[in-house]
Design a protein around this ligand. Structure first.
Ligand code: PLP
Length: 414
């Protein structure tokens, strides 16, 4: 294919309509090529790391052309950089969104979005099972703007219906949720919220666009911690929001003011990680499903939470919405907190670490990791039991991961 060669200075307008070949292709082809083809300078295959803080204008006429909207190009590093624009194009393409926007981290995507879209005195609905920092932001920061937050059980449509008021601005849910992997019936939730004029935002970090695309079921915005599967190598922090240009541009303006931008190097690593998203997700989904089945039949495991299992409360919804059930398996060891710690210590392959979605398997106990700083009573109130373990399956060989878990479970007697 003949690629267009462009002078260095003529930076592209953010173009969500990618090369024709890419836009009709399958997901792995899109992960590799979307957002990059036809956007190269100097005939490089890869998009360079544009390591610059600002961009220069040849003369005042060029500056005027830019200011008057006759010329699309970059101006200053907080408003745009060609390396992150390539990632934004790729992510918009993968989500089938009009536009995507990068952030410094997943939390930065969540906080900037909620902050930018909620009015003073607004009303927000979130779910009880969710990334803990998101809940903290609502109660410790949004409350200062007199935003009222209602917490409902995850994927409970009756509670959603009860919580929706005439003036509800936003409904925010993860999919699947952390750590119980609850799966919201998005089409139904959108019906309820839409009838009310409420904006629906899905934090789809655990699903990725390869397992589920909330926008096609009517969600207004999808958010990811790109630190997890999208980056995929435990080597960067970033966040993304994707949706209609209308919403994304209002967020882009907010980022220009709030300043939560990612660096060109991080953007490059994310771009590179995304190229193998299709391959990685297939292995993550497969490894996790195998491990979930093994754990479910293991006598030292009390309970397994994995949306692919029939025993999961949202299995039906998950089966109808998701293409894959994801790489995280949550389970409860049959024993107390110390027994669970002994089990975790005995695992040889996964690192003991927070986070998920990378090629390396990670293991953690929410009780001693993300919920360490609150009382046991309060933690149990959030549904986080003593011996709960979250396993993020990497892309190692499933036989090795299973053998490792089995030998470690031998020490987990109560
Ligand atoms: C990790 C995570 C976040 C926060 O993302 P960071 O990149 O760590 O800031 C938000 N939501 C979910 C569901 C996450 O797993």
């Amino acid at each position: 294919m003949q690629m267009q060669r462009k002078p260095v200075l003529e930076a592209e307008k953010l173009n969500i309509v990618n090369d024709e070949v890419v836009s009709v292709s399958g997901e792995s082809t899109r992960s590799v090529h979307a957002g990059e083809r036809g956007h190269h300078t100097c005939d490089t295959i890869t998009i360079p790391i544009h390591q610059t803080a600002t961009f220069w204008f040849k003369n005042s006429e060029e500056l005027r052309a830019y200011q008057e909207g006759r010329l699309a190009r970059n101006e200053y590093g907080r408003y745009g950089n060609p390396t992150w624009q390539a990632v934004e194009r790729k992510l918009a393409d993968l989500e089938f969104a009009e536009e995507a926007l990068l952030f410094a981290s997943g939390m930065n995507a969540v906080t900037t979005t909620l902050f930018a879209l909620l009015p003073k005195g607004g009303h927000l609905i979130i779910t009880s099972d969710c990334y803990r920092r998101t809940r903290q932001f609502c109660f410790e920061f949004l409350a200062r703007m007199d935003v009222k937050t209602t917490v409902i059980e995850p994927s409970n449509l009756d509670q959603l219906s009860d919580a929706l008021c005439d003036d509800t601005d936003l409904f925010f849910s993860e999919l699947p949720t952390n750590p119980y992997l609850r799966v919201l019936d998005v089409p139904e939730a959108v019906k309820l919220a839409g009838a009310n004029g409420t904006t629906v935002i899905i934090d789809s970090t655990f699903a990725t666009p390869l397992n589920y695309r909330p926008l096609k079921d009517g969600a207004d915005l999808v958010i990811h911690s790109a630190t997890k599967y999208l980056g995929g190598h435990n080597d960067l922090l970033a966040g993304v929001a994707a949706g209609s240009s209308n919403i994304v541009q209002s967020l882009r303006k907010a980022v220009g003011i709030l300043g939560g931008i990612t660096t060109p190097q991080n953007a490059y690593l994310l771009l590179r990680g995304l190229k193998t998203l299709g391959l990685r997700m297939a292995r993550h989904n497969d490894n996790a499903f195998r491990i979930a089945r093994m754990l479910e039949s293991h006598p030292r495991v009390r309970r397994v939470f994995y949306p692919g299992l029939e025993s999961h409360p949202d299995h039906q919804t998950a089966a109808s919405l998701l293409k894959g059930y994801g790489g995280v398996v949550t389970f409860e060891i049959d024993g107390n907190l110390e027994a669970a710690e002994r089990f975790v210590d005995r695992c040889r392959i996964p690192y003991i670490a927070p986070s998920l979605g990378g090629v390396e398997s990670l293991i953690e106990m929410p009780a001693v990791m993300s919920y360490w700083d609150i009382s046991r009573e309060k933690r149990l109130g959030y549904g986080i039991s003593d011996s709960l373990v979250r396993y993020s399956c990497g892309i190692e060989d499933p036989e090795d991961l299973i053998a490792d878990l089995c030998q470690a479970l031998e020490v987990a007697a109560p």
